[in-house]
Design a protein around this ligand. Structure first.
Ligand SMILES: [Zn+2]
Length: 607
């Protein structure tokens, strides 16, 4: 999951109106279902239903007798760590065997119980209200539907999730279907090997733009709704970002884990910011129109695609297997989300989407974000994900976890003299846990880091920076790779300004002691020009720094302003002040520091 609102700030708050309900259901409360076989789902997404935000779902399966069948919908969608209870969107529920209607009741929020009359096929039908624009939920327009399997596919309680199933989509002849599911031989039919796979493959049905390319030897599809909004140069740029970010991510793990990958993208003006939700072979983005083509866009793609390995496959043991009926608390989202975000930044610089300065900018932005937040521990922030804390640390396990990844990478490269990196740790755990069919334990995570670091202990690192709230040791760590924090010095007038409709910019406030105040500028004055250039162009297009950023302090700045109806000329002496701290390369860095830094930026180690 990844979401941006103002600027680069990343929050995970869902737009879903539902308040979290922490359904801690003991497994004994709901009886196990009678076994069901041959499960088939059919979802109808036609113009008539879409116009009313409705999907129609038919589930058929076989039973061996009259024992009650107990069926549930998930309470959440993996990756979006909040309890939603999709059963709340279900209406007109019914169950039948041929012409016979079956008795049914609810067993809990998410669960229906029904009584078959005999052995044979059972049909369960219901409607789903699909009116929530959220990448973990279902949403329709008259020509389009997004739905997630967690929203519509029932599973039998207390039985294995290891059942194969097919999904048939009934829709209009001029509608397209995009999903990560494997196509079956029948028309509009797809199959999944088990329930986890089934609910991890969302659907687009309707009229949208769809094209594909081969990246790292496999098909990648780009599906964008509505038609025409993601076109021309913007689409070319998006494709370039996707094509450049995948290969460096493949190199970390040494394999492409999917047969095909689908980027599913919705643009809608009712949505604020940009949000992505990851799956094993697809991801769903929802974006405001201004998000498309934005600076943030390649970070979103690279983040969600990296999740195909980190969290969808390589995952903490706390989250294996997914439990769909309850929150799965974990202290590891700083790895699953934060380190995913570190690798998104690395994919951008290693893939040439941004340059090294861009990477330093993303990193110093995260350092600044954490410096401005109250002290918190990575593990605590991860555990808090489900309850959306309001102490100012919500979702900060993203940037702080990303910085922990950066620190660990530096420390591993330092301890191994650049023969090992965090990349080795990720690949090691991917092979030794995911490939063995399980999640990683804390011992396995720290053990892999210790092995990559020639046996160095990370006990103190864990105690201070993961379980603890100590500030990160930036001076020491940055020196290892020849970087330092520099408080940027920028030309400043010491005024706050607002552009005026009629031209010019109005002085709202003057900083005490500022050169503008000393030169006689007053609150309410309208600045017309700066060195004969229109003031609005100078102050609101970066022009001021361009004009004066390299001039010596004290250089006179000729300013024309209007005060009431009089024109006033003043000369303001140039002064410099501190800007945002920035990460910069240290020109005095040792050759070893430069070697380690280049290793990190390029994804290489020495033999
Ligand atoms: Zn994420």
């Amino acid at each position: 999951m990844f979401r941006s609102l103002a600027g680069r700030a990343v929050v995970l708050a869902s737009l879903c109106a539902a308040q979290p309900v922490l359904a801690q259901r003991a497994s004994t409360e709901v009886p196990a279902s009678a076994p069901i076989t041959g499960v088939r789902y059919e979802v109808t997404a036609n113009r008539e239903g879409l116009g009313q935000h409705q999907l129609h779902v038919v589930t058929t399966f076989g039973v061996a007798g009259t024992a009650p069948v107990v069926l549930s919908l998930p309470a959440w969608t993996p990756g979006a760590y909040e309890i939603v209870n999709f059963a709340r969107t279900v209406g007109d529920f019914g169950a039948a065997q041929g012409a016979d209607t079956l008795r049914w009741d609810k067993a809990d929020y998410d669960t229906w119980r029904l009584w078959p009359k005999r052995a044979g096929q059972v049909t369960v039908t219901f409607d789903v209200t699909a009116d929530t624009l959220d990448n973990g939920m279902s949403w329709t327009k008259p020509d389009f539907a997004l739905f997630n399997g967690t929203n519509v596919f029932l599973y039998p309680e207390g039985r294995t999730t290891d059942f194969a199933a097919t999904v048939t989509i009934k829709t209009e002849p001029d509608f397209l279907i995009a999903t990560g599911m494997t196509r079956a031989s029948e028309a509009h039919t797809f199959r999944a090997a088990n329930y986890h796979e089934l609910v991890d493959m969302p659907f687009f049905v309707g009229q949208f733009d769809l094209d594909s390319a081969v990246v790292s030897g496999k098909t990648v599809r780009f599906a964008t709704y509505p038609r025409g909004v993601f076109a021309g140069a913007m689409r070319t740029t998006a494709w370039d970002q996707i094509k450049r970010s995948i290969p460096p991510e493949v190199l970390v793990f040494g394999e492409v884990p999917w047969d095909s990958y689908t980027v599913m993208h919705i643009t809608d003006s009712t949505f604020g910011g940009m949000s992505g939700l990851e799956h094993a072979n697809s991801h769903v983005d929802v974006s405001a129109p201004r998000g498309n083509g934005s600076e943030f866009q390649p970070s979103l793609f690279a983040h969600e695609i990296f999740h195909a390995w980190n969290v969808k496959r390589l995952r903490p043991a706390d989250l294996v297997p997914y439990r769909y009926d309850r929150p799965q608390q974990t202290g590891w989202l700083w790895v699953s989300e934060g380190i995913t975000d570190y690798y998104a930044d690395l994919a951008l610089v290693r893939g040439g989407i941004i340059d090294t300065k861009g990477f330093y900018g993303l990193t110093s932005g995260k350092i600044g974000e954490i410096a401005a937040a109250p002290p918190f521990a990575l593990e605590d922030a991860s555990l808090n994900a489900w309850i959306k804390v309001r102490d100012g640390t919500e979702a900060l396990y993203y940037p702080k976890g990303s910085l922990a990844g950066f620190l660990l990478d530096v420390m591993i490269r330092d301890a191994s003299d650049n023969r090992r990196s965090l990349d080795h740790v990720m690949r090691d755990l991917y092979q030794s846990t995911y490939k063995q069919g399980r999640g990683f334990t804390p011992e396995e995570w720290w053990g892999a880091i210790r092995r990559a670091s020639n046996g160095k202990s990370y006990d103190e690192f864990y105690r201070r920076y993961v379980d603890g709230r100590d500030p990160y040791p930036w001076d020491e760590a940055l020196k290892v790779i020849g970087l330092r924090m520099q408080a940027d010095s920028v030309p400043r007038m010491g005024v706050s300004l607002r552009p005026e409709q009629a031209g010019g910019v109005r002085v709202l406030e003057l900083v005490p002691g500022s050169p503008a105040l000393a030169a006689g500028i007053k609150q309410g004055d309208v600045i017309v020009s700066v060195n004969e250039k229109p003031a609005a162009d100078v102050f609101f297009a970066g022009g001021f720094r361009a004009m004066y950023g390299t001039k010596p302090a004290g250089t006179p700045i000729p300013i024309v302003l209007k005060r009431d109806s009089a024109t006033v000329n003043v000369q303001v002496p140039l002064k410099y002040g501190a800007g945002q701290p920035a990460l910069v390369e240290d020109p005095a860095a040792s050759p070893r520091a430069v070697r380690l830094r280049n290793g990190l930026l390029r994804g290489i180690t020495d033999r």
